[in-house]
Design a protein around this ligand. Structure first.
Ligand code: MOS
Length: 746
């Protein structure tokens, strides 16, 4: 069986444009909160979330007298009148601890505590401002850095254990010729996709329909059904395009059931869109991590011991672990290895997965430590990584499905001109700018889950493919069209794609960079089934040149069924469907990870090189160039694929230089809860990004040979910037973001 899956797959013909691109740029593509049918548009009413203004305590009362009388108000839901829910906990990744007005406790500043529904959004907002909330405040804990000693093991560490140890760590450190030991800090970050979270909910009797901005339609369906205690079959979730998710839309958050409850209470279709500031807390964020890292190596650079102890903030409402220790566990070979992850509870919103959860902060810290080790050893940073190259997965002691990271280092270094680097900091100068070169390794796991798809051969040579997956702007539509077309050898332009609808065959959450690796094999299976059905149709069709042949004798090529033994005998799919009255032929397909997955590890890899210019006086950093080469299996589409990697790199620059949620030390509110003050790079902050991929299929991972690419781009990039800043200035900043004040004070 393995032989068939390990054959090199033929790359599918690419769709030259983004499938939904024209609809998006012409405004025809409808995002979740833009729908105004099938209900009468004038029926729609608008909900606005009221948030707590204290970080911890109890709501004593809500005076709603003036709000109730305000213009346009239809309903006001508070903990004192909201419908009571049974709240059976849904399963992860959709499982979250929600704020659904079921009690009067306040766990963080910004928590939803009431909902105002009115005829217009402005009326809802105006009425919300009239609510007078009285609290009994409790002592709040908002600064976890002050309480690192209180760190505890997480109750729910996710799929990885929170601690992992191998070898004799102390003995290995004792034998090390060189050790480096430092603490590295990453900040709280918030996702902020361009499209905010938004939901439209309406009931048809017992049935609930929602348009929802989500990365996981079937997760929303299941979670809503459980939360509201209605049969899952009564739910319909639709979401044809997503304006970015990055993990924040991977779970169903409180506003979704709140919107559905408001629709039930009012008997109207309700629209609830989060305002930008409401995205900082109620829909998750990346926790801050404090990382004590110690590395020990022999004089020739061989890592003998690696240790990383992580402490992070977690909400008092729910444990969430950012597995920042991941790369230390398995990126390099080392004799002994020990990692731990602990949490400190704070009165902040719940943390969640954010682009490259674990590996983004993990590489950001480990790869600075590796740079420091290289310097201690007087060794080139690339050489240090080659000396410690892991030819198998060190943490599980098993082979990789594929790995060509050596080629990534080599090719990216060459393109970048790494050999021109002067390792002595401060020696490359251009006018008032100190120039620095830095590099780091990129790594992200290749994930895959069970998925299903449906395909149909239609009239006129057209084809349909559908799967209940999502397109976050990553290119899912585009590659689905390609895969379906490849199965019948037709032009991908002839394929209609449908996704983002919970009535379609089920697909997993579009998280963990797994959609292409999960959904495409299901489409491949579906087209294989379709091919057989079409062949059988031709065989039984007296009008077909292939009439009477055996199924096994029929192949498909360029949109034609052909006799394998006599290629002059063929039947085009256009003719076949036409002769059969234009009736579509349909097939279902499914795919899931093979059992051999448990005996192998799958990751994507990359090497990223950065040139910065640091102003001698202002210490402002300009990232002038980034060169990255990635081993991501098959590149499915040049345009959407490279776009994912570049976008990830921009996030890496943002991680390095810009992003941080500032928490008010008393009130516990995110102070910079807007896109004006939560800094992300603009065009002027980003220099030239030069990305290449090896494009070597990983057929042991899946039959299409592709691993995910949505997240790996951010990994490594932050540390490469940090290391370049050190090379430019001789200042080692170990706390992100690396702002000019930190460089000045280092
Ligand atoms: Mo990604 S953070 O797994 O949506």
């Amino acid at each position: 069986m393995m032989q068939t899956t390990e054959m090199m797959p033929k790359p599918a013909k690419q769709l030259g444009h983004r499938y939904e691109g024209i609809a998006k740029v012409t405004g025809k593509a409808k995002y979740a909160a833009e729908f105004s049918e099938p209900f009468p548009k004038r029926d729609m009413v608008y909900a606005y979330i009221v948030q707590a203004t204290i970080p911890s305590g109890t709501i004593l009362s809500i005076d709603r007298l003036s709000a109730d009388r305000a213009s346009g108000v239809i309903a006001i839901l508070t903990p004192f009148n909201a419908p009571k829910l049974s709240q059976a906990p849904p399963q992860p990744p959709a499982r979250r601890n929600l704020s659904l007005l079921q009690d009067t406790s306040v766990s963080y500043n910004g928590q939803p505590i009431a909902l105002v529904v009115a005829k217009s959004l402005n009326e809802a907002k105006a009425a919300a401002a009239l609510l007078k909330v009285r609290y009994a405040p409790k002592q709040a804990q908002v600064n976890f850095m002050e309480r690192l000693g209180d760190a505890r093991w997480p109750k729910n560490p996710g799929k990885e254990p929170a601690g992992n140890h191998r070898g004799d760590l102390q003995a290995a450190f004792a034998r090390s010729a060189v050790t480096v030991e430092n603490t590295y800090i990453t900040p709280i970050q918030h996702h902020n996709p361009m499209e905010p979270h938004g939901t439209i909910a309406w009931w048809e009797g017992e049935r609930l329909n929602v348009y929802d901005a989500t990365q996981y339609i079937s997760g929303v369906k299941m979670s809503l059904a459980k939360t509201l205690n209605i049969p899952v079959d009564y739910l319909h979730v639709v979401n044809p395009v997503v304006g970015g998710g990055f993990g924040s839309k991977g779970s169903m958050w409180s506003h979704v059931p709140l919107c559905a409850i408001a629709a039930k209470v009012t008997g109207k279709p309700v629209k609830l869109v989060l305002e930008r500031e409401q995205m900082f807390g109620p829909v998750g964020g990346r926790p801050s991590t404090v990382n004590k890292i110690k590395l020990g190596a022999s004089a020739d650079g061989k890592l003998l011991a690696m240790q990383q102890d992580v402490v992070m903030n977690a909400s008092v409402m729910e444990d969430f672990v950012e597995h920042a220790e991941g790369p230390t566990k398995n990126l390099y070979m080392s004799e002994a290895n020990s990692v731990t992850s602990k949490i400190v509870e704070v009165n902040l919103g719940i943390s969640t997965f954010m682009r490259a959860p674990g590996e983004a902060p993990g590489t950001a810290v480990l790869e600075i430590a590796m740079d420091e080790l290289a310097e201690e050893l007087k060794m080139d940073p690339v050489q240090l990584r080659l000396v410690n190259y892991a030819d198998k997965d060190p943490s599980h002691d098993r082979p990789w499905t594929d790995k060509h990271l050596r080629d990534c280092y080599g090719q990216a270094a060459e393109r970048f001109g790494w050999s021109k680097r002067n390792p002595t900091p401060g020696t490359m100068v251009e006018g008032n700018a100190l120039i620095g070169y830095g590099m780091a390794t990129a790594i992200y796991p290749a994930n895959r889950s069970a998925a299903q798809a449906v395909v149909r051969m239609l009239q006129g040579g057209k084809m349909f493919v559908g799967s209940g997956t999502q397109d976050l702007g990553t290119g899912t539509y585009t590659i689905m069209a390609q895969q379906a077309a490849a199965g019948l050898g037709i032009d991908p332009k002839l394929v209609q794609v449908k996704l983002g609808d919970s009535t379609l065959p089920k697909a997993p959450v579009s998280g963990g960079s797994q959609s292409s690796a999960s959904v495409l094999p299901a489409i491949q299976d579906a087209t294989t089934q379709l091919k057989l059905k079409l062949a059988d149709l031709a065989i039984s069709d007296t009008g077909s040149p292939l009439h009477g042949l055996k199924t096994i004798d029929i192949d498909i090529k360029d949109g034609k069924l052909i006799n394998k033994n006599n290629s002059s005998q063929s039947d085009s799919l256009v003719d076949l469907i036409a002769r059969n009255g234009g009736k579509p032929v349909e097939a279902m397909g499914s795919a899931e990870p093979s059992e051999s997955r448990d005996s192998m590890s799958s990751y994507s890899w990359g090497a990223v090189f950065v040139e910065v210019a640091v102003d001698k006086d202002t210490h402002m950093v300009k990232v002038r160039r980034v060169v990255g080469t990635y081993d991501i299996g098959t590149l499915l589409n040049d345009k959407t694929g490279m776009n994912q990697l570049m976008g990830g790199i921009v996030w890496g620059v943002s991680f390095a230089l810009h992003e941080q949620a500032h928490i008010d030390p008393v009130y516990g509110r995110v102070v910079n809860e807007s896109l004006a003050e939560y800094h992300v790079p603009v065009n002027a902050d980003i220099g030239n990004i030069d990305v290449t991929v090896l494009n070597i299929p990983d057929v042991k991972f899946n039959p299409v040979g592709s691993r995910g690419i949505g997240e790996i781009g951010i990994t490594g990039a932050a540390a490469a910037v940090a290391n370049a800043i050190y090379n430019a200035t001789g200042k080692r900043v170990r706390e992100y973001p690396i702002t000019p004040d930190k460089i000045m004070m280092a």
